[in-house]
Design a protein around this ligand. Structure first.
Ligand SMILES: [Ca+2]
Length: 208
């Protein structure tokens, strides 16, 4: 019994060391957008088009201090996208969890087929995509003025040397108003050896 507890404690302490967020400026507190690649209609803002503060992330947030990423369409071409991304070194076999908050405002709501996602893409040394997956977090049917959490957890396939974390605003029909906001993005890796250790810990507990 004592031994099992010690093993589980050891696993927990190793895991806590490993659980570091890889993204730079995931909360957009650096309002220059440092760390992020951004393209097409994007900005780092703390207010809507009329100057009203963004909805608070938590009750403790201070109005107007809460900067977030904003992306919108250009209303001209089908399937245009705008967004933010970061490319980071990655290891095949490791497990990556991307999380973030996404939102659209009632004062500038997304309409039609417009939608926004968070996405993970694993790439080889040449930057070619090996595997990618996204989670649709906000579209015309989503609650407005409410930060919606989302996350996805994926294992880096063989050949992976880097991972790209993205927030994307898509406009499939090329028309439609509205903007999407993103905040508190995190990308947390977990080495495969720790995942196996964790599974071992679960087995130990199950056999108790
Ligand atoms: Ca923020």
């Amino acid at each position: 019994m004592k031994k099992k507890v010690l093993i589980i404690l050891a696993i927990c302490s190793i895991a806590s060391v490993a659980s570091a967020n890889l993204l730079v400026n995931g909360d957009f507190s650096d309002i220059t957008g440092a760390g992020w690649n951004a393209w097409n209609g994007t900005a780092v803002v703390n207010q809507d088009n009329a100057g009203a503060p963004l909805p608070l992330l938590t009750p403790g947030d201070v109005a107007y201090a809460n900067y977030a990423g904003k992306a919108w369409g250009n209303w001209a071409y089908p399937w245009t996208n705008a967004g933010f991304s970061q490319v980071l070194p990655a290891t095949a076999g490791d497990v990556y969890t991307l999380s973030g908050l996404v939102m659209h405002l009632s004062s500038d709501a997304m309409v039609g087929d417009t939608f926004a996602v968070i996405k993970l893409v694993f790439q080889d040394a040449l930057g070619a995509e090996l595997y990618g997956q996204d989670v649709v977090q906000v579209d015309a049917t989503s609650l407005t003025d409410t930060w919606i959490p989302g996350s996805l957890t994926l294992t880096a396939p063989a050949g992976t040397t880097q991972v790209e974390a993205l927030f994307l605003h898509f406009q499939p029909s090329g028309v439609g108003a509205g903007a999407a906001f993103v905040d508190n993005m995190t990308l947390v890796p977990e080495p495969m050896t720790l995942v196996l250790l964790g599974m071992g810990g679960l087995l130990l507990r199950k056999r108790k």
